[in-house]
Every structure is written in structure tokens, then in C-alpha cells.
Design a protein around this ligand. Sequence first.
Ligand SMILES: [Fe+2]
Length: 363
Amino acid sequence: MKVFLNESGCLLLDHSEFKNFSIHPLWLRERLNSERYLDQNNYQRLYEPSLLDSNIKFSKFCVENNYLKVEFTDNSKGRFLIGDLINDLYSKDVIPNKKPWKNNFKNLPIYDFKLLNDGENFKKLLCDFQKLGFVIVKNTSVEEGTVIKFAEMFGPVRTTNFGKHFDVVSKPNPNDLAYTSLGIKAHTDNPYRKPMPGIQILHCISNEADGGDSSLVDGFAVAEHFKNNESEMYKMLTETDVLFKFVDKDIILENYGKLIELDHRGKYLQSRFSGRLDYVPYLEPYQLQKFYEARKKLYHLYESEEFELNFRLESGMLMMFDNIRVLHGRTEYDVNSGFRHLQGCYIDHDSTEGKLRRLSSPL
Ligand SMILES: [Fe+2]
């Protein structure tokens, strides 16, 4: 493989994967990874890269046995595995891409808790979670507190004003409709928080009542549907800031956000939907009319047979879902027909993504 410099002093490699890249000397200099430059325990730099000579140049370079070897004009030197360099140039990540889904699973991503101490199974669960935004786990336990133990297999629990965990049972004068026996349509939890809870885990201790089935909907798939079929509505939903609000005797929480939020490149970032606690901002009446039509359409897609997945959590089962992507709901249940008790908690995306990177990394 040939390696040479261009007129700007950047490195070019004659390799199909490198064709579009010219490598700046400083970009490579600050990636030197031997013990002189990088702490070998924590992989953190031992110097301040902003203090390197900004006019640094390559003084020597060659490719040998799949390694690019380089020396710089400040007398530093090192070598890079070509494969690692390609991953770095393309910003490749081990986290799988989201895979939109509808209500047409041949096999649901159900994992047996007793098999999760096998590292490969645990990794598979994490991959499914990244792709689909949810997994179901059976055979946990019916003990209270199981949800916290399970959550801590991934990382720390996010405590909120509901506590470290919350008990989803019917109780008098509740501060949230979750704590009644009413049916609750597809929603994302706590859109009024900054930031919203990333991941929710709901563990079923008892589900003996008539009703109380669970549902999940992929907000990403519904957003894709809008993008491809309803461009004007998609624009309203991705550009209108809605206020979400929680009020109880101790605290008032507020946050604004779009029902479908995109990143700066126009790529799907997250969903927000909670018809119980959203406040649409003032808009000109013709715009409001359009927004309400779009929200109605969104609501009906979320509850449609095409998109809404329905199943029943039995005692000892739990579901873990990405709260900013996958909406959840439940059917009404009859408190007089049997006891229903779920426990839930939140964790951050850092936990699942970080564990998956750890399990996928040779370092
Ligand atoms: Fe909820």
C-alpha cells in the first residue's frame, strides 16, 4: 500500500477505504497511544493537545504489516493499526442502528432472566434493545425491589420526585393517573423533566386483575411513516414546541419540546407524547388547526393495529424500553377482580450503551 503527502502536508493512503480522506498531522499526532502519550490504565492523554505545535508536520511515514508508522517534526512517533484508523475516520460505533418496527413480530425479543449471566446473552439483549428500543425479560422473581436489582445490572438508577422506584398500583387521590385503574393510552413518561428519563423498566409483581394488558409503540417507526407520507404534518410535529407540565403539592415541573424531535441534520432524535399533560402554545388559528390535525393523526397511528404491539406482563416478567423512543400504555383493569402491582424505575442511556461498548471492546 502506498502512502504519500499532498501539497498541504496531509497524509493520503492508496487504499479503497481511505480514498476520501486526507489526514491532518495534528489529528494523528494527538492520537498517539503509547505510554509516553496515553495513560495505559484509563486511556486518557497525559498532555494538553491544545499546546501542541499547530504547524506540526509529518517527518516520516510508511505502511508495514497493516500498520501505519509515523514520525512528526516534534520528534514524537507512533504506529496505528490500519483497521482501527478506518473505524476512527468513519466514526464507526459498535452501537447498532435503530430498526423501526410495526406490530408484526414473528418473535418478540423475550429473554430468560436465568440465562442473562451468560455474557453473550446479555450482549444480545443489549443489541436488541438498541435496535428495537425494548426487550422483555421473563423468569425474574415476584419479589419487591427486583426492578432495582435488574436496573443496577446496567448502571445507576435515576431517582426522581417519585423516588428511586415507583409502585404502579391503584391508590386513592394519586398524583399521577398511572396510580389508578384507568386505561392509559400510549405515552412517553415524564416529558416535563429536563432531561426526560432515558430508559424505563417496569416489573410485574402481580397481574391478577381483569384487564391491565400492556402496549408498546415504536415512535421512530411512526415518525418515519409521517416523514414518508404526511410531509406537512411532519413539519408541524417536528417544529412546534409544546409545554409539558407536572403539578403536585410539592413541585411544579415544566419543559418544552417537539412531539417528534430531530437533530441538527434532520435525523430522528426522540418522541414526546402525553395527552394528559401537554399544553399547545399560542399559534395563529390556521396553524393551530394544522397542528391539531397532525396530533390527532399521530394519536391514531400510536393506537393503530398497524403500529401498537399488545401483550400481557405476567408475574415475574418485566419490560425495559427506551422512554424517548418507544411509547407505552395499558388497558383499564378491574380492581375488584384481582391485585395488580408493577414496580418501575428509570436508568440513563449511558448505562445500556456503555455496557454494550464495554462488552464489545477488546481493551
Ligand atoms: Fe407511564
